[in-house]
Every structure is written in structure tokens, then in C-alpha cells.
Write a protein that binds this ligand. Structure first.
Ligand code: ADP
Ligand code: MG
Length: 236
């Protein structure tokens, strides 16, 4: 295998849970149009942890959005768990995402008018789970927030809000967790606790993890790191 192929392949065997092939994407219009992703090939094996690194503006967040089906590429194919996004309409994609893909962001993105329990339960209810509240409570216990079920986001610290966001992302038991700089808004000690929790949860559940980070120490905890540079995988 040459270096170019080796970089885009999972380190472990087995059919990939995420396959990106020939992904090209431009966003914006006219003079503001930016060619963001340029022929990305990336394959992630089940249970793998991939650290996605690269300079600011290199396309990391956009690539994560493509993996989540929140941005449609101009060219190329995204296949997750054997399902091609090209074959799904927007509703189908939303349902698929609800089942198979959890996402956490730097800025938590909790609904401010809902309690921790409600934030976690709502996606479960949308997915038709009858025991949504009980499951949400269990998920919050698993992230150490069993005593904060009825707190609103404004009544929680940044680290606690990110724990709620993690519980919400993992509650539907997705195959994949996508995390975009999940420790970026937290102080160092709290960021370390969230990172520890992220890797503990990965270990316990076997969820495939793609983690965007600026933090080299955090990236090194992943089984493999992939570096983006100006919309290319570096080295490819
Ligand atoms: P990163 O997460 O690596 O910092 P992003 O994926 O957020 O990078 O952005 C990559 C590039 O695409 C940046 O130059 C950014 O300004 C540009 N970009 C992101 N979203 C849009 C958009 N909706 N319209 C136009 N340009 C965008
Ligand atoms: Mg980003």
C-alpha cells in the first residue's frame, strides 16, 4: 500500500463504518465562494477513534458536517453503516442521523428553555422511544449528572453543559459520535475531564469516534490522526 492510500485507510480491518470518497464541496456564492473540501477520501473502521486536526479554516468542521449529512457535497459519496447518503432525501437523512450519528459541538448547543433531562429526552421521543425520560435519566447518570436532571443549561457550568450534550448525543446509541472541538470552550482541567469521559464512553460502548481538535495531546489519544490542510488530507 502506498503512503497516499495508507493515510485514508482505517488502521484496523473490517468494512468501514464511515466511507468518504472523492468529496468536493464549495460554499458561498459569487466572489465569496470558497472551495472548502477538495477530493477527500477517508475510511473509518467500526470502533475506531480518529483525531481530525489541521489549521483553522482547513475544513475540519465542514468535513464533520458532511459526515453527519448536514452538508451535501457537490461531488463524491458518503456511506455510513452501508447506507449511501446520495440515496436518502432530507427526511430520510434526518431519520438516519437521529439513529446512527451523535454530534457534540464546542458551544454545547443545548436548548436553553429545557432542563438537562428534557434536552436528552427530546431526541429519544422524536425517535419514538416510549421510555425516553427513563433512558435520558440513565444517560445523565452515566455522565455524572444524576443530581442535575432538572437544572436548566444556564444553571450548569460549561463542563456540565458539555456532559449533557454528550448524554444527548449518545442516548439513541448511535454507531458514530462526531465531536467538533468539544473541549474548546472549557478550561484545561474541565476539558481534560470531558476528554476522559469521551474516551471512557467510547471504550464502554464501542462507538466510532471522529474528534476534531486543536489540542495535540487530545489528538494523540486517538487511534489515528488525520490532518487537513486547505481542504486536502495532508500527505494525500
Ligand atoms: P475549520 O473547522 O478547519 O476551522 P471550517 O470547515 O469551519 O474550517 O471552514 C473552512 C473554510 O470554509 C473557511 O475558510 C471558512 O471561512 C469557509 N466556510 C465555512 N463555511 C462557509 C460558508 N457557509 N460559506 C462560505 N465559506 C464558508
Ligand atoms: Mg471548525
Amino acid at each position: 500500500m502506498d503512503t497516499l492510500t495508507a493515510l485514508s485507510q482505517p488502521a484496523t480491518a473490517g468494512s468501514p463504518v464511515i466511507s468518504l470518497s472523492g468529496i468536493d464541496l464549495s460554499l458561498g456564492r459569487g466572489a465569496a465562494k470558497v472551495h472548502i473540501l477538495k477530493g477527500i477520501d477517508l475510511h473509518v473502521a467500526p470502533g475506531e477513534t480518529v483525531g481530525l486536526i489541521g489549521p483553522s479554516g482547513s475544513g475540519k468542521s465542514t468535513l464533520l458536517m458532511v459526515m453527519a449529512g448536514l452538508e451535501r457535497p457537490d461531488a463524491g459519496e458518503v456511506v455510513v453503516q452501508g447506507t449511501s447518503f446520495n440515496a436518502l432525501d432530507e427526511d430520510g437523512l434526518a431519520r438516519f442521523r437521529g439513529r446512527e450519528i451523535g454530534i457534540v459541538f464546542q458551544s454545547f448547543h443545548l436548548i436553553p428553555t429545557m432542563t438537562a433531562l428534557e434536552n436528552v429526552a427530546v431526541p429519544l421521543e422524536l425517535a419514538g422511544k416510549k421510555d425516553a425520560a427513563e433512558r435520558a435519566a440513565r444517560e445523565l447518570q452515566a455522565v455524572g449528572l444524576g443530581e442535575r436532571l432538572h437544572h436548566y443549561p444556564a444553571e450548569l457550568s460549561g463542563g456540565e453543559q458539555q456532559r449533557v450534550a454528550l448524554a444527548r448525543a449518545l442516548a439513541p446509541d448511535p454507531a458514530i459520535l462526531l465531536a467538533d472541538e468539544p473541549t474548546g470552550n472549557l478550561d484545561e482541567a474541565t476539558g481534560k475531564q470531558i476528554a476522559d469521559l469521551l474516551f471512557d464512553l467510547h471504550k464502554a460502548r464501542g462507538t466510532t469516534l471522529v474528534l476534531v481538535t486543536h489540542d495535540a495531546t487530545l489528538a494523540q489519544r486517538c487511534g489515528r490522526t488525520v490532518k487537513l490542510r486547505s481542504g486536502h488530507i495532508d500527505g494525500a
